[in-house]
Design a protein around this ligand. Structure first.
Ligand code: C2E
Ligand code: CA
Ligand code: CA
Length: 568
C-alpha cells in the first residue's frame, strides 16, 4: 500500500509529493477551522504578514488577510506596550529556533485581549532567517458550555445562540458533505420601531416574528435562533437558490405586518461550500451579506461571497486611517475640465477627490465614498474639498485670471445636513469668491429619500446664489417631469446612460429628446463620460454644448490643470 502520510522521504516521486502537500494543507485547514486559533506567517524578504484564522468572536481576524509588515507594526492591532516584544522576535529566532510570547491584540470591540503566541523561524540554506511562522490563541475566550436546554432564549422562545451554534457544528462535523444554507433575516428599521413605540412593543414584534418563523414550517427541521438586535438566523438543509428565494418570499408575505406596523426585511445568505467552517463564522458571513444590502432600495437579499469579507476588512482599515489621512493632507483635489464642444475651450471643471495613500498610491473615490457616507465622515471630506476648490478659485483670481466655475460634489449625507449651507457660505466668505463660481453637483439618487425636504434644501441653496447641477441624470428613475419641480440649473447626463443609450438609434433619439426637452424648460446640459469624437459631435448636433470626459481629459492634479488651461 502506498504511504500517503505527510512525511516527505527521499524516495517520494512528484505524485507522492503533491499528495503529501495536499494532505498537509487539508490537515492545516482542519486545524485552523476548528481549533479557534490564528495562524500567521511573516516574510522578512517580502516584508508582509499573512494571517489565517477562524476566531469568530473577532471579525478582524475571522478571515485570511495579508498586509505589509510596516502597516502591521504601525497599526494598533498589537498593543503599543507589546510592540517591542514582537519586534524582538526575529533577533531571538536568529539564536533559537522557536520562541513564545504573551501579547495583547485588539478585537472588534476595540479592546485588547491577551493572546499566547508561538513563533518558529524558517531559514534558507545559508542558515539565514527568512520567514517567521506560528500560531496564537485567545487566552481570554470563554468556552461554550454543553448544550442542555433546547429552547433557552428567554425573549423569543427560540433556540438560544449557543445551542444553535452547537447543533450546527454537530451536524457539520457528522455530515461532511451536507448541503445547507444559513439565512440571516434583519428587520428593517427596527431601531425606529424601538424609538417610536418603546422596548416593550419592539420585544413583542420580535416575539411575533419568532412565533411566525416557527409556524411557517417551510423547511422541515430548520434551526432558528434570535441572533442579535434586529436579526434572526435560520439554518436550513438546502442550498438551492430557488428554494431559498422561495423561502424568503414566504417570509416577506407571511410576516408582513404586526398590528398596524408593516414589516420589511433584509436577508443575507451563506450557502455551504466544500470547506470546514464553524457555525459562528457561517453566521458572521450571512450577517455581512445582510448588512451589504442595508440602505439599498431595490435589493433586499444578498448571497455571501468572500469578496464581502475582504471589503469589510478593507473598510475597517480605511476607517482606522481616514482621520489621519485627512489631517495629513493625503486627500487631494483633482480637476476634470468641462469643454465647450464647438470651441474646444475649457469652460469649467469638476473637483474630484483622490486619496494619495502612502502605501497604496492613488485611490479613487468609489472605494471610500460609500463607506464615508455610511459612517458620516463624508461631511468632513466634502468640506475639505469645497475648501480646496474655494482656495483654488481665489488663487486664480489673485493671479489675475477671470476664474472659471468649479463644481463640487455634495454627498447625499450633506444634502440632509442642516449645516451645509452655513459651511458653504462661510467658505465663500473666507476666500472672498463669488457664489456663482462654486457650483454644486447633487446626485439624482437623493430622490429616493424625502423629496419634499430635498426641494426645500435645494431651493434655499439656489436662493443663496449657488448653481445647482443634477448629477448622474439617467442612472436611476429620474424623469424630466420631476425636474420641473426642482430648482436645478444644469443637468449632467450620466456616463453609463450616455454610453449605453447611444448604442442604438432609438437610444440616440431618447438622448436627443432629453436634450431638447431640458433646453425647453431652461436647463443647461453637461454630458459626462464623453470618450470619443463621434460622441462629442453627436451631442453638439443634438443641442448639448458642454462635455466632460476622457476624450478631452482625465481628472488631473491642479498644476497639470493649470497647464491645460494656460494659467501658468
Ligand atoms: P461623478 O460625480 O459622477 O464623477 C464623474 C466620474 O466619472 C469621475 O470618477 C470621473 O473620473 C469619471 N469619468 C469622467 N469622465 C470619464 C470618461 O470619459 N470615462 C470614464 N470611464 N469615466 C469618466 P471618480 O473621480 O472616480 O469619482 C467617482 C464618484 O465619486 C463621483 O462620480 C462622485 O460621485 C464621487 N466623488 C468624487 N469626489 C467626491 C467628493 O469630493 N465628494 C463626494 N461626496 N463624492 C465625490
Ligand atoms: Ca459629480
Ligand atoms: Ca456624474
Amino acid at each position: 500500500m502506498k504511504n500517503y502520510d505527510s512525511c516527505v522521504t527521499e524516495n517520494d516521486n512528484e505524485e507522492d509529493l503533491r499528495h503529501k502537500l495536499e494532505t498537509t494543507l487539508k490537515k492545516y485547514d482542519s486545524v485552523v477551522n476548528h481549533a479557534d486559533i490564528l495562524v500567521f506567517e511573516c516574510s522578512l524578504i517580502k516584508k508582509t504578514v499573512t494571517i489565517t484564522s477562524n476566531l469568530s468572536n473577532n471579525l478582524l481576524f475571522a478571515a485570511d488577510f495579508c498586509i505589509s509588515l510596516d502597516e502591521f507594526i504601525n497599526s494598533d492591532i498589537i498593543d503599543e506596550k507589546d510592540k517591542n516584544i514582537v519586534l524582538s522576535v526575529p533577533e531571538k529566532l536568529r539564536v533559537i529556533k522557536a520562541t513564545f510570547a504573551s501579547i495583547n491584540v485588539k478585537n472588534d470591540n476595540g479592546e485588547y485581549v491577551r493572546f499566547e503566541a508561538y513563533f518558529y523561524g524558517v531559514y534558507n540554506d545559508d542558515g539565514e532567517l527568512t520567514d517567521i511562522v506560528g500560531s496564537a490563541k485567545d487566552c481570554e475566550k470563554k468556552t461554550v458550555p454543553p448544550c442542555e436546554d433546547k429552547e433557552n432564549d428567554k425573549l423569543t422562545g427560540l433556540l438560544g445562540n449557543d445551542c444553535f451554534y452547537h447543533n450546527i457544528d454537530d451536524i457539520l462535523r457528522n455530515e461532511l458533505d451536507k448541503r445547507f444554507s444559513l439565512i440571516m433575516i434583519g428587520v428593517s428599521g427596527f431601531n425606529y420601531i424601538s424609538q417610536l413605540y418603546g422596548a416593550d412593543f419592539s420585544d413583542k414584534v420580535l416575539r411575533y416574528i419568532a412565533f411566525k418563523l416557527k409556524k411557517l414550517e417551510i423547511f422541515k427541521d430548520a434551526l432558528i435562533t434570535y441572533f442579535a438586535n434586529d436579526s434572526f438566523a435560520v439554518f436550513v438543509d438546502t442550498d438551492i437558490d430557488l428554494e431559498i428565494l422561495g423561502f424568503i418570499e414566504k417570509i416577506k408575505q407571511g410576516i408582513s405586518m404586526y398590528r398596524h406596523i408593516p414589516l420589511k426585511y433584509t436577508f443575507g445568505i451563506y450557502k455551504s461550500e466544500r470547506k470546514a467552517v464553524s457555525a459562528r463564522v457561517i453566521c458572521d458571513c450571512a450577517n455581512i451579506a445582510k448588512e451589504s444590502v442595508k440602505g439599498h432600495h431595490l435589493n433586499n437579499a444578498a448571497f455571501y461571497s468572500d469578496g464581502m469579507r475582504e471589503r469589510i476588512i478593507e473598510d475597517i482599515n480605511i476607517e482606522n486611517e481616514m482621520e489621519k489621512a485627512l489631517s495629513s493632507g493625503q486627500f487631494e483635489m483633482f480637476l476634470q475640465p468641462k469643454y465647450d464642444i464647438s470651441e474646444s475651450r475649457i469652460v469649467g471643471a469638476e473637483a474630484l477627490v483622490r486619496w494619495n495613500h502612502p502605501y497604496k498610491g492613488f485611490i479613487t473615490p468609489d472605494t471610500f465614498i460609500p463607506l464615508f457616507e455610511r459612517n458620516g465622515f463624508v461631511i468632513k471630506l466634502d468640506t475639505y474639498i469645497w475648501e480646496q476648490a474655494c482656495k483654488t478659485i481665489k488663487r486664480w483670481h489673485d493671479m489675475g485670471y477671470e476664474p472659471i466655475p468649479l463644481s463640487v460634489n455634495v454627498s447625499r449625507v450633506n444634502v440632509s445636513n442642516p449645516y451645509t449651507m452655513q459651511t458653504l457660505n462661510d467658505l465663500v466668505e473666507k476666500y472672498g469668491i463669488e457664489k456663482k463660481n462654486l457650483e454644486l453637483e447633487i446626485t439624482e439618487t437623493v430622490y429616493y429619500d424625502d423629496q419634499i425636504s430635498l426641494i426645500k434644501v435645494l431651493s434655499e441653496l439656489k436662493s443663496e446664489g449657488y448653481t445647482l447641477l443634477m448629477d448622474d441624470f439617467g442612472s436611476g428613475f429620474s424623469s424630466l417631469n420631476m425636474l420641473k419641480n426642482t430648482p436645478f440649473d444644469v443637468l449632467k447626463i450620466d456616463r453609463k446612460f450616455l454610453n449605453e443609450t447611444m448604442m442604438t438609434e432609438k437610444g440616440k433619439k431618447i438622448i436627443r429628446h432629453t436634450i431638447s426637452l431640458s433646453n425647453d424648460i431652461g436647463l443647461d446640459i453637461v454630458a459626462e463620460g464623453v470618450e470619443t469624437k463621434q460622441q462629442a459631435d453627436f451631442l453638439l448636433e443634438s443641442g448639448c454644448h458642454t462635455a466632460q470626459g476622457y476624450y478631452y481629459s482625465k481628472p488631473v492634479d491642479i498644476s497639470s490643470f493649470e497647464k491645460l488651461i494656460g494659467y501658468c
